[in-house]
Design a protein around this ligand. Structure first.
Ligand code: DGT
Ligand code: CA
Ligand code: CA
Ligand code: ZN
Length: 636
């Protein structure tokens, strides 16, 4: 069994236990294990052989035992028993958006429904409306959900779910004799948040043996096509992949072609033609038929008179025009990140103490971390009461002393934005925090106008610094809230509130389209991992990928700022008293509009230079030693 298959077993166990009505912490333990395994960078089997399963984050004794049994015997007694008890078909029912385990259990017990097909049939026949809490409307919703699911199943996967496998295959290809170079191309290389299929490229003189080895890789379930320089396979997890092999002298054009996007390539080929060159995966060819071989991708762009265009920009959103003029932005890089302003500790649903989290962040080169545990209304996560929040402050101060001057630990909160847009703490509690991340986790299915107004109300709170995972989407089966994003982004720009790119690959929220528009409107962004464990800090690169796709320059992302500047920014916020009682023109403009624009991100056509958000006049923070709290608290 590979990592993905192991992960699937634990995800299924979590679902089955939930239908069974098991206590939540057990369910969460399995889900966490599943998530970890799905994104784990090493082959779990190898770790198992070294006897080091317990070193994998989120893997405790109980999970380690089960992994051991699965790898030794290929099955798991506990799982088999569970499947005998609860029809496994119910798992697919849980995948229907907004359909929880209670309903699934009810359909099973009262209507004997044990599969998605049976559920669809019952909903169509009107056999569910009489059940408690159900009606005609909920039947229609279920049918719509099943349709959505079908569309999705045929479609794309979250980047985070395919990342590990892609890296494994790359390592495998690079290790084959005769392979001089290998890369993953396509949407993965462009860091799209979802992936249709994987595309691998290798440079070698003799393609045959490489094709052969690829098709026999243990993760390959079926070979779909097998030619002299191209093969297509399907992996055990259903994901498809193409491999192409050409000699090293042609690797630049090969990589350029299969990195795409298709629209980018079409534009590039037109440009080449205007210069009397035809561009293919094999070469640039002159009208005379003479080939110009490019071993490196940079060479392809150079020959066409262009600056090198980073893969994340290759979506035909004006990047070719900018490259021709030499005006491509200097994009943010992983190494630019200096802070993470959204992380959890054992004070709520995190796995490690806040000092351990801080040390983990420090070990990864960060200079600042905010501990933002959940607020009180989020009971399942152990959200903090104001009293506990005060107690946490003492521990943070102590941890700061242990960490010393080189690292800044902030006390924040991930404050729940309640159903009506009020925040989950009183103003004085919010004012005592160094940083406030406001997020909505519950009732995300409110009608568009309501949920848009709710978010804008939170944005307009003078205490809020960052909006966490703004749309609330969760891969694979929760769509984001039905927000008027244009209104939300405008409000954020106006209020100077930063918008999070949540780097967890299950979220990637904001996605690139909205993030691009946010920058265009002058918003600030923050790249946060929402870490519940130090291993989660390693997910930051997913967030950086999205920011790069949004054309983000480092200074537009507050996470790149030195801690001193960040503190100054934070200290200058949250002192404006209550939100304006009278709507200014600007806040009016930010209100949701009746004639709502399309929900999709606007096509990113205009390429005008974007300025970072105009900074609000900041009250200079009182001089402080590093490690003490910024002025906001003292100013109260
Ligand atoms: P995906 O797989 O849907 O996530 O997206 P991509 O971009 O990986 O698309 P894919 O796998 O169909 O093809 C990989 C790249 O190959 C694509 O980005 C550009 C190039 N390509 C594929 N088909 C065509 C085509 O018909 N014309 C051109 N110019 N390029 C193509
Ligand atoms: Ca692809
Ligand atoms: Ca492909
Ligand atoms: Zn969080």
């Amino acid at each position: 069994m590979n990592n993905q298959e192991l992960a699937q077993v634990f995800a299924n166990i979590g679902d089955l236990l939930e239908i069974k009505g098991e206590v939540i912490y057990k369910i969460l333990a399995y889900r966490r294990a599943a998530e970890t395994l799905r994104e784990y960078g090493r082959d779990v089997r190898a770790v198992w052989q070294e006897g080091k399963l317990r070193e994998i984050p989120s893997v405790g004794a109980a999970i380690a035992e089960k992994i051991d049994e699965l790898l030794r015997t290929g099955r798991l007694e506990f799982y088999e028993k569970l499947k005998a008890e609860i029809p496994p078909g119910l798992i697919e029912i849980l995948a229907v958006p907004d359909l929880g385990p209670k309903k699934a259990a009810m359909f099973w017990k009262q209507r004997n429904i044990t599969s998605l097909a049976a559920l669809a049939a019952a909903a169509r026949a009107g056999q569910l409306r009489e059940l408690p809490g159900m009606g005609e409307k909920s039947e229609a919703k279920i049918l719509a959900g099943i349709e959505l699911l079908a569309r999705r199943a045929s479609g794309r996967r979250p980047l985070g779910q395919v990342w590990t496998l892609a890296q494994e295959i790359l390592v495998f290809l690079r290790g084959l004799p005769g392979v001089q170079q290998a890369e993953a191309a396509g949407s993965l290389r462009r860091h799209r948040s979802t992936i249709g299929d994987l595309d691998f490229l290798a440079a070698a003189d003799d393609a045959g043996p490489i094709m052969e080895a690829f098709c026999q890789h243990p993760s390959v379930a079926r070979v779909l096509g097998h030619g002299p320089t191209k093969s297509s396979v399907e992996f055990v997890n259903g994901l498809q992949a193409d491999l192409r092999v050409l000699p090293k002298a042609r690797f630049g054009t090969l990589l350029q072609y299969f990195t795409g996007s298709k629209d980018h390539n079409v534009k590039l080929r037109e440009r080449a033609l205007r210069q009397g060159l035809s561009l293919s995966e094999y070469a640039l060819t002159r009208e005379s038929g003479a080939e110009i071989l490019c071993a490196a991708e940079e060479e392809v762009y150079r020959r066409l008179g262009l600056e090198y265009i980073p893969p994340e920009l290759r979506e035909d959103r004006g990047e070719i025009e900018a490259a021709a003029k030499g005006t491509l932005p200097k994009l943010i890089e992983l190494g630019d990140l200096r802070s993470d302003l959204h992380a959890h500790s054992t004070w709520s649903d995190g796995r490690l103490s806040l000092l351990e989290m801080a040390r983990g962040a420090q070990a990864r080169g960060l200079r600042c971390l905010a501990i933002t545990d959940h607020s009180q209304s989020l009971g399942v996560t152990g959200g903090l009461t104001p009293e506990r929040l005060r107690a946490q402050r003492a521990e943070i101060d102590q941890a700061q002393r242990a960490l010393g001057r080189g690292f800044t630990l902030l006390q924040g909160s991930e404050v729940e934005i309640r159903g009506d847009g009020r925040l989950d703490y009183d103003d004085d509690v919010l004012a005592s925090l160094d940083v406030v991340v406001a997020s909505a986790h519950s009732t995300l299915r409110q009608p568009r106008e309501q949920i848009t107004a709710r978010l804008i109300r939170a944005i307009e709170s003078p205490h809020v610094d960052i909006i966490g995972h703004p749309t609330g989407r969760l891969f694979p089966d929760r769509e984001g809230a039905d927000l008027d994003m244009e209104a939300v982004l405008r409000a954020a720009a106006q209020a100077g509130v930063a918008l999070e790119i949540n780097a967890n690959p299950a979220r990637l929220d904001l996605d690139d389209g909205y993030a691009y528009r946010a920058l265009e409107l002058g918003c600030l962004l923050a790249i946060n991992t929402d870490a519940h464990h130090t291993a989660d800090f390693d997910l930051a690169h997913f967030g950086v990928g999205i920011a790069r796709r949004a054309w983000a320059r480092p200074e537009q992302v507050i996470s790149t700022w030195p801690p001193e500047r960040l503190r100054q920014w934070l200290a200058g916020r949250g002192q404006g008293g209550s939100a304006p009682a009278v709507m200014t023109d600007a806040t009016k403009a930010a209100r949701p509009v009746k004639k709502a624009p399309a929900k999709k991100a606007p096509k990113m056509a205009s390429k005008q230079a974007r300025k970072p958000a105009s900074k609000k006049p900041t009250r200079t923070a009182a001089k402080r030693r590093p490690g003490t709290r910024p002025g906001r608290r003292q100013s109260q």
